[in-house]
Ligand binder design. Sequence first.
Ligand SMILES: [Ca+2]
Ligand SMILES: [Ca+2]
Length: 230
Amino acid sequence: MITFKPVFICCILCMNVKICRSAMRTLQVEHIFNNKIVLDNLLAEYSDFSRTLCSTVCSQENCECFGFNSVTETCRIHYFCRPDNILLNESGWKYYRSRTGWETFINSEYFVGLDAVTWNEAKGNCTIKGTKLVEVESSEENTFILTMAVKMTKSVWLGGTDHQVEGKWVWQSTNSELSYSAWEKISGQPNNLNNQDCLCLDRSLGFAWSDRECWIRYQYFCERELFTDS
Ligand SMILES: [Ca+2]
Ligand SMILES: [Ca+2]
């Protein structure tokens, strides 16, 4: 992981106050690849930039990913970058992705959605970030997300649903049946009480798995694959 620490002198050079303010923040980034550009989700492209200024503007625009070409001094900032984005070979580029707000476990990283929203809204919020609601594939991953869940103030939506066929639980992004589950058994989850079709970590059950009504407003976890620098 690389950390850019823009210095105060940057502020003297900055043309606008908002950029100055964000220049004082530290943007933590990971280097993701070289000599390629991302074609998707482009927010802006700037010329005559430094890498520090590119990082600063990315932070200012709440971008999650930027590329800087040190040969042409060009900066491309993107709303997000993900492994399935369209890449074009072009020499001189280095791409970076923001790590702010993300937690890592094995080959995935996780975003904590603190706003309380319906299951569908949570799914949409994850999609906007280039992610999906968390899909738990092992007891190790379940243990990991529990360490995130215990810090939450509400129950937490995950990506499971039996909305299409009652009792047939699938992961939303692939429509594939759950290969792992950790339902709370003492109270008999999933019990479909009043037609519950969405999977959550139920705060009232110590963040164990439960089905709840999809319209309830809970917090949520998003998940995306980590980049491999190939
Ligand atoms: Ca149900
Ligand atoms: Ca239930």
